[in-house]
Write a protein that binds this ligand. Structure first.
Ligand code: OAD
Length: 233
C-alpha cells in the first residue's frame, strides 16, 4: 500500500447486495425474472414501453426503501478522509454510496433517481413513477425515460474515468462480476498503465486473473477491513 496516492474504485451490484438489492447474475437475481432484452434495451422500450417503465418504477420504489450497508459507509469514510485523488466509479443505479455520505461518485450506468427527457435532453431528479407519462419538469413534454444506460448504449463519463485511471496508483474493483464492458475492461487498462490492482468480491470474478491481489468475502466484511488498512498505512 506504500506510495499510493490516487485511487480509482469500481463498484458493482455486490456492494449493495447486503442492503437487500438483487444482483444481476446470481440465482434468483434481477435478470432471472426478466430477459435483459425485454427490459434493458432501447429496442425493448420502443416495443413495450409500459413493461419497461413498470420494471424501472418498481426498482426505483424499491431502492428508496433500502439503506446503505457497512461497505458503503466504509467507502464514504475513505472518501472523506483520503487526501489524494479518489473516484468511486459505480455501475450501480441506486444512491446508496451518496446516502452513506460519499461525494466523489460517478454513475457510469445512470441512476434510478434521475430521468432523462428525450425531447429537451434535460436530466431531472425523480423519485416517483413514470408509467403515467408525467411531463418533463424542464420543457413540459411527455418524453421522459429512465436515466439508465441500457445495453447497446454508451456508459456515461468514460473520458473522466479514463482520465482518473491515468493518474491513479491503485485500482480496486468491488462486488462486480466482470461480465459487462467497458467496466469489466478497466482492470486491464489499469494493468497496462502499471497501476496496482485489487479485487474485493464474494467470489472470484470473471476477470479475477487480471488482479494483482484478490480478497474474497462479503462486501460488508472485506471492504471495511481494507479501508481501515489503507487509512492506517
Ligand atoms: P453482477 O450481478 O453481474 O455481479 C455481482 C457480483 O457481486 C458477483 O460477482 C457476486 O459474486 C458479487 N457479490 C454478490 N454478493 C456479494 C456480497 N455480499 N459482497 C461482495 N460481493 C458480492 O453485477 P454487476 O457486476 O454490477 O448494468 O453487473 C454489471 C452491470 O450488469 C450492471 O451495472 C447492470 C447489468 O447489466 C446496467 O444496468 C446497465
Amino acid at each position: 500500500m506504500a506510495g499510493i496516492r490516487n485511487i480509482v474504485i469500481l463498484t458493482g451490484a455486490g456492494v449493495s447486495a447486503e442492503s437487500g438489492i438483487d444482483t444481476f447474475r446470481s440465482e434468483g437475481g434481477l435478470w432471472e425474472q426478466h430477459r435483459v432484452e425485454d427490459v434493458a434495451t432501447p429496442e425493448a422500450f420502443a416495443r413495450d414501453p409500459d413493461l419497461v417503465l413498470r420494471f424501472y418504477d418498481m426498482r426505483r420504489a424499491a431502492i428508496q426503501t433500502k439503506q446503505p450497508n457497512a461497505a458503503h459507509l466504509a467507502l464514504a469514510k475513505l472518501d472523506r478522509e483520503w487526501k489524494g485523488d479518489l473516484l468511486i466509479v459505480t455501475q450501480n443505479v441506486d444512491d446508496l454510496h451518496e446516502r452513506a455520505g460519499a461525494k466523489r461518485v460517478l454513475h457510469m450506468h445512470g441512476e434510478h433517481l434521475s430521468v432523462w427527457c428525450t425531447a429537451c435532453d434535460a436530466r431531472s431528479r425523480w423519485t416517483g413513477p413514470l408509467i403515467d407519462r408525467p411531463a418533463c419538469p424542464e420543457c413540459g413534454k411527455t418524453a421522459l425515460r429512465p436515466d439508465i444506460v441500457w445495453f447497446g448504449e454508451t456508459p456515461y463519463e468514460m473520458d473522466a474515468i479514463y482520465a482518473a485511471l491515468e493518474q491513479a496508483d491503485l485500482f480496486v474493483s468491488i462486488g462486480t462480476s466482470g461480465a459487462v464492458y467497458p467496466a469489466a475492461g478497466l482492470v486491464r487498462e489499469a494493468r497496462q498503465a502499471g497501476i496496482a490492482t485489487l479485487e474485493l468480491n464474494l467470489e472470484p470474478s470473471q476477470g479475477t486473473r487480471w488482479f494483482d491481489e484478490a480478497r474474497h468475502g462479503p462486501a460488508t466484511e472485506v471492504v471495511p477491513a481494507w479501508v481501515e488498512e489503507v487509512l492506517l498505512r
